[in-house]
Design a protein around this ligand. Structure first.
Ligand code: UDP
Ligand code: MG
Length: 323
């Protein structure tokens, strides 16, 4: 199969028939074999009914229905586990992304050899605040990830089949899929300017909390990406620095007191010296950080997927050896 289209959706009943018809037309015009996987993320409107109807008419359409709303990342993750196409396209269900982009995205993956191509809504039809904050987020993400994309959170993306079967989109990480791909070793990441339209039906599913959540996700993704397998390196380093500061302050206190006593001068009480509090705080915080590090190591050791290395080629598993 050439293309799998994965569509996460929440209460988009009005948009789905138009979207399906549009995708179908584009695929037929270009002679692609395809499937459409619609993930109903706990819709409370008639979305699932619509999907059933579409699927009865067009066997390329298949649906998955969540019992409740788990979020866009969960929907994408579930869709990714079910794809069969050489190229996987994700798009929003609200008709803001245009299926006309699919053939060129397909060509960029298959011919230009990209692992992932992200859409770039260069000319955008969303609210003013959203456009501004999004620019800021993208700049920070670009800087942290060193991936030169303009629009990380674009719903319209294309992937080589092997990419989606390896990366795990969890939590709210759909905003940072290019980072997940890069960390999994898929570094050939491209970008394509795509057409964007104003939402035709329904309303946006993400409110103002998207900005706070987006920022927190960025922090945790950077931390997890760097230290998931070696938390002690993070907590230990911080612990050593804290502890060293505390130890220095303690030594200073002792030496200071000793000198005064030696010179028979009136010495300040240690507990009245500001350095006393510094030493106390730093020593306690330092040991706390070490403790956090050890606990995190224990957790990481038992975490699922702890030895999940993505192997591209392997000469050691010949059939002879297996026998
Ligand atoms: N969506 C989803 N689950 C959610 C929220 C959104 O599957 O919990 C889908 C939604 O139906 C749409 C896509 O994710 O197909 C993008 O959402 P939306 O258009 O509301 O986001 P925006 O375009 O405002 O960023
Ligand atoms: Mg939208």
């Amino acid at each position: 199969m050439d293309i799998s289209v994965v569509i996460p959706l929440l209460n988009e009943e009005e948009s789905l028939p138009e979207l399906e018809a549009w995708i179908h037309r584009v695929m037929n015009e270009h002679g692609f074999s395809y499937e459409i996987i619609m993930i109903d993320d706990g819709s409370t409107d008639g979305s699932w009914k619509v999907i059933e109807k579409l699927s009865a008419r067009n066997p390329a359409v298949r649906g998955v229905k969540f019992r409740r709303n788990y979020g866009k990342s969960a929907a994408l993750h579930t869709g990714f586990r079910r794809t069969q196409g050489d190229v996987v396209i994700t798009m929003d269900a609200d008709l803001q992304d245009s299926p006309e982009e699919i053939p060129e995205l397909y060509r960029m993956i298959m011919t230009d050899g990209y692992d992932l191509v992200s859409g770039w809504k260069k000319e955008r039809f969303d609210s003013f605040i959203k456009n501004r904050t999004s620019k800021f987020f993208n700049a920070v993400t670009r800087w942290v990830s060193k991936i030169p994309l303009h629009d990380f959170n674009c719903g319209l993306k294309a992937y080589k089949g092997s990419v989606v079967s390896t990366i795990e989109v969890y939590g709210e990480m759909h905003r940072y899929i290019p980072l997940l791909a890069k960390w999994a070793g898929f570094t050939n990441i491209g970008e394509k300017v795509v057409k964007h339209q104003a939402r035709k039906y329904g309303t946006t599913k993400f409110g103002l909390e998207r900005f706070v959540n987006g920022f927190l996700d960025l922090m945790s993704i950077v931390f997890v990406g760097k230290f998931r397998k070696r938390p002690m390196h993070f907590f230990g380093t911080a612990g050593i620095l804290m502890f060293a500061a505390g130890a220095l302050a303690t030594v200073y206190l002792g030496v200071n007191k000793a000198i005064h006593l030696y010179r028979n001068e009136e010495a300040q009480l240690i507990a009245e010296n500001p350095f006393f509090f510094l030493a106390l705080t730093c020593l306690i915080l330092g040991s706390q950080l070490f403790l956090a590090g050890f606990v995190a190591e224990l957790v990481a050791r038992n975490a699922p997927g702890r030895n999940k290395y993505i192997i591209e080629a392997d000469m050691t598993t010949t059939t002879e050896q297996e026998a």
